[in-house]
Design a protein around this ligand. Structure first.
Ligand code: NDP
Length: 281
């Protein structure tokens, strides 16, 4: 029977630890503040922004919400980021993605002061991760490392295969697993014989963005399977990139969707906000 990796419980544990840390930081007279910017009113983004605000409240971090009109210009958004970069009372800046098409996302990410880049998307943060220096780490892959460690799953020396090479999940995931001494392979849409590659994995991280694509034919018996995907099926129910019912019986541990990787992303964002106190103080 596979161990079900409970992301909800682990994220709750992390948030409780952070709450305590924030209470201690406050005793030293330091306050924490996250600025969240949303442009337009995409319903999914609004839900994510609302959840981030709630998590801040729970942990004791102040949050500033900037809800900008869909037709906000790139210059207006850049002006706001420059202003927040300068503000001493703001530790973290997060711009909710995706942005409307008329705004250059890369330029916006580059405008955020790296010492406030709590999403870990700035090229300086990514570069620091690549060469093993200190910096903010993209929240979803950082959360996956926590899931593995807190579930007692050994990474060092293991064959780790990631399906997907996006900048926010696949690539930083590969770097983090390498940092933990895993033997890492990154598969993508041009990978030949994908099933052969994924069947080598002791730890398989799936961030392919295709509902239920990964069936047991892709998975070695006894592997640990981490499902990053989030989709709504035809009945409006959430599902992942992994066909859970098919794969769970043959693996040693698996994350469910919902309740696996998803809750960890916010917990790690909160962790980055708390870390930002040290970078900015
Ligand atoms: P992207 O669409 O940016 O990347 C998908 C990756 O999968 C690409 O590298 C692509 O390859 C690869 N791919 C696509 N089709 C295939 C295929 N048939 N065989 C092998 N590789 C393939 O997705 P993201 O990384 O942003 O997200 C992945 C999933 O994770 C999505 O479902 C997303 O919703 C979810 N997600 C969940 C989060 C959470 O908090 N739980 C956070 C972020 C994402 P190529 O590069 O060659 O095109």
């Amino acid at each position: 029977m596979a161990q079900i990796i409970d992301g909800k419980a682990i994220s709750a544990q992390i948030k409780d630890e952070l709450k305590e840390k924030v209470a201690n930081i406050k005793k030293d007279g330091i306050t924490l503040c996250l600025a969240v910017i949303q442009v337009g009113n995409d319903p999914a983004s609004s839900v994510y922004v609302g959840n981030k605000k709630k998590a801040c409240e729970y942990i004791g971090i102040e949050s500033l919400a900037y809800e900008l009109e869909e037709n906000t210009t790139q210059e207006e958004l850049l002006d706001l980021i420059h202003e927040l970069n300068k503000r001493q009372d703001v530790n973290g800046i997060l711009v909710q993605l995706p942005l409307p098409k008329h705004i250059d996302e890369d330029m916006i990410i580059r405008a955020i002061d790296p010492s406030k880049d709590v999403d870990g998307f700035h090229p300086q943060s990514v570069g620091a991760l690549c060469i093993g220096q200190k910096g903010f780490i993209s929240c979803t892959p950082a959360g996956i490392i926590q899931l593995l460690k807190r579930s007692g799953i050994e990474i060092a020396g293991k064959e780790c295969v990631i399906i997907g090479r996006s900048n926010i999940v696949g690539k930083p995931m590969a770097l983090l697993l390498l940092r933990e001494n895993g033997t890492v392979t990154v598969a993508h849409s041009k990978t030949e014989n994908l099933k052969e590659v994924t069947k080598r994995a002791d730890i398989l991280v799936v961030a392919v963005g295709r509902p239920k694509m990964i069936t047991r034919e892709y998975v070695k018996e006894g592997a640990v399977v981490i499902d990053v995907g989030i989709h709504r099926n035809e009945n409006n129910k959430l599902c992942g990139d992994v066909d859970y019912d098919d794969v769970a019986p043959i693996c040693s541990a698996i994350t469910p969707v919902p309740g696996g990787v998803g809750p960890m992303t916010i917990a790690m964002l909160m962790n980055n906000c708390v870390e930002s106190a040290h970078l900015n103080s």
